[in-house]
Design a protein. Structure first.
Length: 172
């Protein structure tokens, strides 16, 4: 089985397990209208897609912070720092104003070509796929102006669930 399918199977199993644990414990708390936060520390929209959480004091959740780190290790070479774009790739902070989670996933996993512009597929790159939700969460927060440019100044600690998901994705 190729990496993309393994990733999707593991992700589905982890999300199902997290949903069952979270639902059983009844630990979802609304952060803002329509957004819930699971035991894993990750926030979700009413539709079940991952989203961000920024505290009143500007503290970002682990997933924004990890998304910032992973974006800047894999994506900013083409898409520019902080999702602001470059001369050869679009500003993802703007793109996420019109792309939903599923469109973003499809483009990252499968790539896309349009004229002279080509987005390669990252579906077999574990350094992207194991953190794809985190990258999306970071870029969504940038898109919504929920966080400023630059490295987040304050972040929450890494939840155990994030370590477990990372280990499962890399097969360790």
């Amino acid at each position: 089985m190729n990496f993309s399918l393994r990733f999707l199977h593991r992700t589905a199993a982890l999300l199902l397990g997290a949903a069952l644990l979270t639902g059983a414990a009844g630990e979802l708390a609304a952060q803002e209208e329509g957004v819930t936060r699971g035991e894993d520390g990750k926030s979700y929209t009413e539709e079940g897609t991952p989203t961000y959480h920024v505290g009143e004091d500007g503290t970002v959740d682990w997933y924004i912070y990890q998304g910032f780190r992973r974006y800047h290790s894999e994506c900013h070479v083409c898409h520019g720092p902080d999702g602001m774009g470059s001369t050869f790739a679009p500003a993802l902070a703007n793109s996420l104003k019109r792309l939903d989670y599923y469109e973003f996933m499809d483009i990252v996993v499968n790539g896309r070509g349009s004229g002279n512009s080509v987005m390669p597929s990252f579906g077999d790159n574990p350094n992207v796929m194991c953190y794809i939700d985190d990258i999306y969460i970071y870029l969504k927060a940038r898109s919504d102006d929920a966080i400023p440019r630059g490295r987040p100044a304050k972040r929450e600690d890494k939840p155990d669930a994030a370590t477990e998901a990372e280990d499962a994705c890399f097969g360790t």
